[in-house]
Write a protein of this length. Structure first.
Length: 182
């Protein structure tokens, strides 16, 4: 059987398109996975530290307010979202919980500071006036996700600005979500 040059050219062109597409998909998918693993793990560790700060606040608060208290419940709900390890919550939900935790924790701390039972307990008063606010402030500063967002934004910008990125997106590689409540 005689092989026609036109058929060989079309076959070669198809193989080239497949190779370029497959390479783009593999490369962008691998880079995304590496970023998610490195930066995502660091962000999750910071969020776990933030959840631990909320837990410490709840431990002190349990001694002075009922668990049905609205501010206590708000801190508990934020902590639940931030300590998620099963992927039940999106990054946007975790960012919103992180922002909400600041307001809920401050409200609960203010409430605790005004209670006679706290003022009469020197250990809890020290926690409420200095240690817990400082711990929450520090955990918030580290949990803002700046390093993760920088890496994700760079990946997204690079991916959307290249031909191989466009091919990879068409083949199912999504951009990375940002740590933002929006």
């Amino acid at each position: 059987m005689k092989f026609r040059p036109a058929a060989a050219f079309v076959l070669m062109l198809l193989m080239l398109v497949f190779a370029v597409s497959f390479g783009a998909y593999q490369g962008w998918n691998r880079e995304k996975a590496q970023l998610e693993e490195a930066e995502g793990a660091a962000l999750n560790a910071m969020l776990r530290a933030r959840a631990e700060s909320a837990y410490n606040l709840m431990t002190v608060a349990k001694r002075h307010v009922p668990e049905s208290d609205g501010d206590f419940q708000a801190v508990r709900e934020c902590r639940q979202v931030l300590s998620d390890e099963k992927g039940a919550y999106t990054l946007a939900q975790k960012a919103a919980a992180n922002e909400s935790l600041t307001a809920a924790a401050n409200a609960l701390l203010t409430k605790l500071e005004g209670l006679d039972s706290v003022r009469q307990d020197s250990r809890d008063l020290m926690y409420v006036q200095s240690l817990l606010p400082q711990m929450l402030k520090e955990s918030n500063r580290t949990a803002v996700g700046a390093a993760y967002n920088e890496a994700a934004a760079h990946f997204n910008q690079t991916m959307t600005g290249s031909l191989s990125g466009a091919l990879a997106r068409r083949l199912g590689v999504d951009v990375l979500p940002l740590f933002s409540a929006e």
